[in-house]
Design a binder for this molecule. Structure first.
Ligand SMILES: NC(=O)C1=CN([C@@H]2O[C@H](COP(=O)(O)OP(=O)(O)OC[C@H]3O[C@@H](n4cnc5c(N)ncnc54)[C@H](OP(=O)(O)O)[C@@H]3O)[C@@H](O)[C@H]2O)C=CC1
Ligand SMILES: O=C(O)C1=N[C@H](C(=O)O)C[C@H](O)C1
Length: 253
């Protein structure tokens, strides 16, 4: 039986993860971590921790859907206590990811960090990477629910990085002057990112490529958080085989 701790078990994603793990043969939701310590949908026998310092035993797997502020310390703790992390929480900087990868190597523990567990988003990123070889001019529009704490989304940032790396030519520099501050969006190495936050939305991303006389638009929609659970399930089934801290669901599929 694989014993799983779910960090952020009271949240929108954490609750889905609890149901997923509870329904998988040979896996058990053994504990949850959340400051509020509410029971929520955590099985009655699971231990509830409100903070890291209360955790007094080790678990096989650490699933993390918490906050950009908490995730680095959480994953550090998991690795130091030989729990294999599966991290969906966004907001880790490149430097933090590198530090965690080093720590994973030192501790001899594998795991996964995935900015998006949805298949449509993983494919969108692949397609965008390919398109960027031919269309260096790109802008990203990501649309999320109004409760999302971070902007841009981890997925948008990961997409922008892939586009910036895959581009063979420099983008044309559009030179509209902003007469309303921020109206042209954020800039990641010449890739503009626009973050929309509205009620009714869950998680959506559109990448627009423009070239002389033509344009290409790639779009994905997560209409429901169940879209992320097939990826989390793959990660739960494969994490024991990983010998380092992998970044990106596509690298374990
Ligand atoms: N990779 C992917 O496919 C996806 C990633 N995400 C990411 O997952 C993260 C969580 O999203 P979502 O579920 O919508 O967020 P919610 O705000 O719904 O949930 C956040 C959770 O984190 C807990 N929490 C807050 N502070 C801490 C802390 N210091 N230590 C441990 N737990 C803490 C909260 O507990 P409490 O209730 O006690 O406050 C709550 O359980 C975000 O970063 C989001 O971007 C989201 C969807 C898909
Ligand atoms: O907060 C969310 O909801 C999501 N977060 C991830 C991100 O920031 O990319 C994944 C998905 O977009 C949903």
């Amino acid at each position: 039986m694989k014993r799983v701790l779910i960090a952020g078990y009271t949240g929108a994603m954490g609750q889905k993860a609890v149901d997923l793990v509870a329904g998988m043969p040979d896996f058990e939701v053994a504990a949850g971590l959340a400051p509020s310590g509410k029971q929520g949908n955590l099985p009655a026998q699971a231990k509830i921790y409100r903070k890291l310092s209360e955790i007094n035993e080790s678990y096989d797997i650490w699933v993390d859907f918490t906050t950009p502020q908490a995730v680095f310390e959480n994953v550090q703790f998991a690795l130091q206590h030989h729990m294999r992390p599966i991290v969906g929480t966004t907001g880790l900087t490149d430097e933090q990811v590198q530090l965690l990868q080093k720590l994973a190597q030192t501790e001899g523990v594998g795991g996964l960090i995935a900015p998006n567990f949805g298949m449509s988003a993983v494919l969108l990123m692949k397609f965008a990477q390919l398109a960027a070889e031919f269309f260096p001019d790109a802008e990203i529009i990501e649309m999320h629910h109004a409760d999302k704490k971070d902007a841009p989304s981890g997925t948008a940032l990961a997409t922008a990085k892939l586009i910036a790396q895959a581009r063979q030519n420099s983008p044309e520099s559009a030179n509209s002057e902003e007469t309303l501050a921020g109206v042209r969006g954020g800039d990641y190495q010449g890739v503009k990112i626009h973050a929309v936050r509205l009620p009714g939305y869950i998680a959506h991303e559109q990448v627009l490529f423009g070239g002389p006389g033509e344009a290409l638009t790639i779009r994905q929609d997560s209409f429901d958080r169940s879209s992320f659970m097939s990826g989390v399930k793959v990660a739960l089934l494969k994490v024991a085989e990983l010998d380092h801290l992998v970044v990106g669901l596509e690298n374990i599929l």
